[in-house]
Design a protein around this ligand. Structure first.
Ligand SMILES: [Zn+2]
Length: 489
């Protein structure tokens, strides 16, 4: 076997890890051999097979998205600026229902391979090296996701999500929940089978995790079975948790407990659980419930929270709040959720909305969001070799081009990245010591073709929306365009 190659990346700023927290070395180098980092420092006197050295580059750990839907997310693209008021700002309820019980959803005409290839591409373009995928892997039980993740070179935590209920629209538009616990149990079993087949695939870059689709559409028995399976198999669990207002209130009305109290009482929570969103916990201004309780329970359990600020802010919603969760001692991670798959934008939105909520210009700070996208994500996945640039860590490395007028003069590279940066400035993404994106092109696929296919498929899905709408309305009727179409010549 050939000796692994040694690569040195030089940066004007290198975000190194000192064993406790990030540190800035300026200028600095990071050196990796094979899939591992072997040196981080001001310089290196060893021999490198390759040297990557361009001016004004920021070198950071590979970013971690702990909540993503690797799809075109056609529905989410429709509801921005709109949606039914009776859903109380929820987004996906506007398009997730099925017209007929057990019938197809409006995304049915989509082509999963096109969607997954597109979304993996956009993640690598914004410097995401590890992604936790939330979708159900239809129609082939996650095989497409597994194969394309392998081709892309990304690190992925995944198994097809499962649920004990599905949504449907009645003929008058009412939103119905149709329960199928046995279907959920079968889904859990299928997820365990997927993990048995794929855990450790692609040189260890694919790792299993159990994805209980939603707390809201799960039952005590399915949660119990999920908890048991995770403990037995040594897997982590994630779930959409309290992302809808009615989820909080219905749980309280039914059980006299908040969702967090219920999960704690059931023994579901633990350090191996990643709660996606956790928006409506006790104390959130829309819950009408006092603060004490929920954050303490989540913190005590050691569960992590994955926050996706962009999708919520666009629906007029805020997490309340990053400083409050951090002060409670909860590990916070970041997710790219729907679109755009730009985790740098998530950092910016998280910092700005967090300050608005707190009425405090000092907290959360840019470093809090940067930590969430690196060390926080790694902790959520139970990894001490990700989210950091340090000898022995995985060579998951991102180079950001700061040689541009939008960034301008830099006094603090983390604040520049969070407040002025975008995913478009990521120039190179390295996963497991392999360059998977360089000079804004993913190496696995023809990026122009990936985008063209994505446009074709999304257009087809939107054109079919009326066939799935309870009253046969088109996308434009249901979600009026920003401006009317031009009627003249
Ligand atoms: Zn989600």
């Amino acid at each position: 076997m050939a000796e692994p190659r040694t690569t040195l990346i030089r940066g004007q700023w290198v975000v190194a890890f000192d064993g406790t927290d990030h540190r800035i070395i300026s200028p600095g180098v990071v050196v990796y051999r094979g899939d591992r980092i072997i040196h981080v420092g001001r310089d290196w006197d060893g021999q490198a097979d390759e040297v990557i050295d361009r001016p004004y580059r920021l070198v950071i750990p590979g970013l971690i998205s702990t909540h993503a839907h690797l799809r075109l997310n056609e529905g989410y693209r429709m509801v921005i600026d709109g949606g039914r008021r009776d859903f109380m700002r929820s987004g996906f309820t506007n398009y997730a229902g099925r017209k007929l019980a057990g019938g197809p959803s409006f995304q049915a005409p989509g082509e999963p391979d096109v969607a997954v290839r597109f979304c993996l591409t956009t993640h690598l373009l914004s410097g995401v090296t590890t992604v936790l995928e939330m979708d159900n892997g239809a129609p082939d039980k996650g095989e497409t996701v597994a194969a394309l993740a392998g081709q892309s070179g990304i690190r992925i935590y995944y198994s097809p999500s499962f649920t004990a209920a599905d949504f449907r629209y009645a003929e008058d538009g009412r939103f119905l929940v149709e329960w199928d616990e046995a279907g959920g149990m079968a889904g859990l079993e299928a997820a365990c089978d997927f993990v048995a087949r794929h855990d450790g695939a692609h040189e260890g870059r694919l790792r299993g995790i159990l994805v209980l689709n939603e707390f809201y559409t799960s039952t005590p028995a399915l949660r119990h079975a999920t908890r048991q399976a995770a403990t037995r198999l040594g897997l982590r669990i994630t779930t959409h948790f309290c992302e809808q207002l009615f989820e909080f209130h219905e749980t309280v009305r039914r059980t006299s407990r908040t969702p967090a109290q219920l999960l704690a009482d059931e023994g579901f929570l633990g350090p191996d659980v990643v709660l996606g969103h956790a928006l409506y916990v006790a104390g959130h201004s829309l819950t009408a419930w006092p603060w004490p309780g929920d954050l303490e329970l989540i913190a005590e359990s050691g569960a992590s929270v994955s926050h996706s600020p962009v999708a919520y802010a666009r629906r007029g919603l805020a997490f309340e709040s990053i400083p409050r969760f951090l002060r409670a001692g909860i590990n916070l991670a970041l997710g790219t959720d729907a679109n755009p798959s730009d985790i740098i934008s998530e950092m910016r939105m998280g910092a700005i909305v967090g300050k608005l909520v707190e009425r405090d210009p000092e907290a959360p700070a840019a470093r809090d969001l940067f930590r969430a996208a690196t060390l926080g994500g790694a902790a959520a996945l139970g990894r001490d070799d990700l989210g950091r640039l340090a000898p022995g860590a995985k060579a998951d490395i991102v180079v950001v081009d700061f040689d541009n007028a939008t960034i301008g003069p830099v006094i603090d590279p983390i604040r520049s990245l969070v407040y002025f940066g975008t995913g478009d400035m990521v120039e190179r993404t390295v996963v497991d010591g392999r360059t998977v994106m360089a000079d804004r092109q993913v190496l696995a696929w023809n990026q122009r073709a990936v985008l063209a296919e994505a446009r074709r498929v999304a257009g087809k899905v939107w054109a079919g929306f009326k066939d799935f709408h309870w009253a046969g309305r088109t996308v434009d009727q249901e979600f009026p365009p920003s401006f009317d179409s031009w009627n003249g010549a």
